[in-house]
Structures are given as C-alpha cells and as structure tokens.
Ligand binder design. Structure first.
Ligand code: CO
Length: 159
C-alpha cells in the first residue's frame, strides 16, 4: 500500500513537471485575499502562442471575489480597468472589442479555473507589458510585469 502511494506521488510529480516544461504555457493562481501567485511572468520570443491558465484557489464566488487575467501595455492598464468597471461583472469587467486588450480570461470565482490562448504576433520584444485583474479595486494589488523576451532574459526573470 505504502509502495503504491509512493509510485502515485512520483507520477504526480512527473505530471506537474511536464506541465511546466513548456515555456509557452503559464499557470498562475489567485485567492480570496485578492492576490496573484506571481508578480512577474515571462515567455520566450520562441513562443508563437501562449497559454495562460488562471486558477482561483479560494472559495468566494465570482460576484464577491472574482478574478480575471488581462494582458496589455503598461500605458493602457488604467484605461482598461476604468472601462471594465463601467462594463461590470456581466461583461467580465472588460470593455467589449477593446483593441488595447492583448489577451484576457473570463472572470472566475473560488474553485474555478480558466485558460486563454493567444498569439504573440502582436507582441514586441522588449516592450513593457503588464497583467492585471479588472475586478473593481483589484488591479492596484493584482498586477505584475509580463516579459516577452529572449530565452536568457526569461530564464533570469524566473529566478
Ligand atoms: Co481580482
């Protein structure tokens, strides 16, 4: 029995290592305390597509403590947040068809997760990007830097 459990744990470790081996796939957590699990994310320019999975490890529902993950240029963050506030939860706290939004997930509540996949064709190496949550009042805490860079810089950012 113990032996089987050890094998099971080993397989879980292998599975999670596999999930993180692809640098074009990013997982980020959030919680009931209005926090993202990372303040800096980085993907190498070799990624033609990026997949971001946002998990909400908390228990509060989306209408109370919902989170999303939005990627934009640094200079566009506050305008998107303000427009998202006006749009409200029924629109995922996002303005419709807003070209300033590079990528965005839907809003998730506790226990949920969501994934967005987007092309990096419009991303410029070295440009400053930010990711943030557009739920009301969240972006001042729930935000971070997003680097689209060469592999050496990405490896550095991960440390
Ligand atoms: Co949030």
């Amino acid at each position: 029995m113990t032996y089987l459990r050890v094998i099971g744990a080993g397989m879980l470790l292998l599975a999670s290592a596999g999930a993180y081996a692809d640098p074009c796939k990013i997982a980020i957590d959030s919680n009931d305390m209005m926090q993202f699990s990372a303040h800096e994310l980085a993907v190498p320019t070799t990624c033609t597509d990026v997949e971001v999975t946002l998990r909400h490890a908390g228990q509060l529902p989306a209408k109370v403590m919902g989170h999303d993950w939005v990627l934009a240029k640094d200079s566009d963050q506050s305008a998107i947040v303000n427009a998202g506030l006006a749009a409200g939860l029924s629109h995922g706290f996002l303005p419709e068809n807003d070209k300033r939004i590079i990528a965005a997930t839907k809003v998730v509540g506790g226990g949920e997760s969501t994934t967005v996949k987007f092309s990096t064709a419009a991303l410029v190496q070295g440009a400053r990007y930010v990711f943030f949550c557009t739920a009301p009042g969240h972006s001042s805490v729930m935000h971070g830097k997003f680097l689209f860079g060469d592999i050496a810089r990405v490896a550095q950012a991960g440390k």
